[in-house]
Ligand binder design. Structure first.
Ligand SMILES: C[S@@+](CC[C@H](N)C(=O)[O-])C[C@H]1O[C@@H](n2cnc3c(N)ncnc32)[C@H](O)[C@@H]1O
Length: 292
């Protein structure tokens, strides 16, 4: 099954039936609760017994937000899917939920939020679902608005499923550009099923207090059966294969792809026209692997 981000925009993918299926799966409930507990731990809120005002970005039907309520905090949930939010309201979650697209910025007052979590949602920003969508601009708007609404020194912990290194780097770059310090905490790095990445961001410059906590299992200890049981049944917690249509290889009239001689001839023509063309080498027009 391809990953959800490759199937449809989030507000379409999480329609009434998918939202209900998601929220009634006992495996999803269990996995999202476990990830949310860990995100809350990584938020490292002061242990002063005072309830905090937190954000749950991409809150869905409120599975992640419930963990915040259970720990005595107030929260505001933000999501683009009306169907997910309808279920959150139906389930009478304690947070206030808002319909909105994080890629357009959160639109909250500056400095009013004590911390933010986001569980399995931010990777959606890496996909352009409309001609007006530019993932980099959307990441910029999101991280800029997140930075502004957090109080100084507050943390945001974003658990996400990037499809590849390019996406991870792009997300990190825009977080840093917005002014955050921090990095990625990886739990269970040696388990393909249980491995989870958390972007742990602090609002403000790096300091001793902003040092990153260690990931679970970094020292080689094994994860419990419970942690290791995340499987493809949960479409947000699995290992997915690339499923975007591959670019068609250009072929000539005889149905063969253009070879090295053709590339060399074209380069020569370009040189003759006075264009700046890289020198020929043993790599010119080499065959590439199917994936790289
Ligand atoms: C896998 S669900 C996770 C829901 C919830 N955090 C949980 O743990 O159960 C991902 C959620 O991200 C939301 N989402 C995706 N893109 C979004 C966007 N641009 N703005 C707001 N929410 C978005 C989806 O609508 C969906 O509800």
């Amino acid at each position: 099954m391809p990953r959800p981000e490759l199937q449809a925009p989030p507000e379409i993918f999480y329609n009434d039936s998918e939202a209900r299926k998601y929220t009634t799966s006992s495996r999803i409930i269990e996995i999202q609760a476990r990830i949310s507990e860990r995100a809350l731990e990584l938020l490292n809120l002061p242990n002063d017994g005072v309830p905090k005002l937190l954000l749950d970005i991409g809150c869905g039907s409120g599975l992640s937000g419930e963990t915040l309520s259970e720990n005595g905090h107030h929260w505001i949930g933000y999501d683009i899917s009306q169907s997910m939010l309808d279920i959150a309201v139906e389930r009478e979650v304690e947070g206030d939920v808002l319909l909105g697209d994080m890629g357009q910025g959160l639109g909250l007052r500056p400095g009013v939020i004590d911390g933010a979590i986001s569980i399995s949602a931010v990777q959606w920003l890496c996909y352009a679902d409309k001609s007006s969508h530019e993932p980099r601009m959307r990441l910029k708007a999101f991280f800029g608005s997140l930075y502004r609404c957090l109080s100084r020194g507050a943390r945001a912990v974003l658990q996400l499923y990037a499809e590849n290194m390019n996406q991870s780097e792009m997300i990190m770059t825009y977080a840093m550009r917005a002014g955050f310090s921090g990095g990625v905490v990886v739990d269970w790095p040696h388990s393909s099923k249980a491995r989870k990445e958390y972007l742990v961001l602090t609002c403000g410059p790096a300091s001793l207090q902003t040092a990153l906590p260690k990931g679970k299992g970094e020292d080689g200890e094994m994860c419990s059966d419970e942690d290791d049981s995340d499987d493809d049944e949960n479409q947000t917690v699995g290992v997915y294969e690339r499923n975007r249509p591959r670019k068609k290889l250009k072929v000539n009239k005889k149905g063969k792809s253009k070879g090295k001689q053709w590339v060399l001839k074209k380069k020569e023509q370009m040189r003759r026209k006075g264009n700046d063309v890289p020198p020929d080498s043993k790599y010119t027009a080499r065959k590439r692997k199917a994936y790289f």
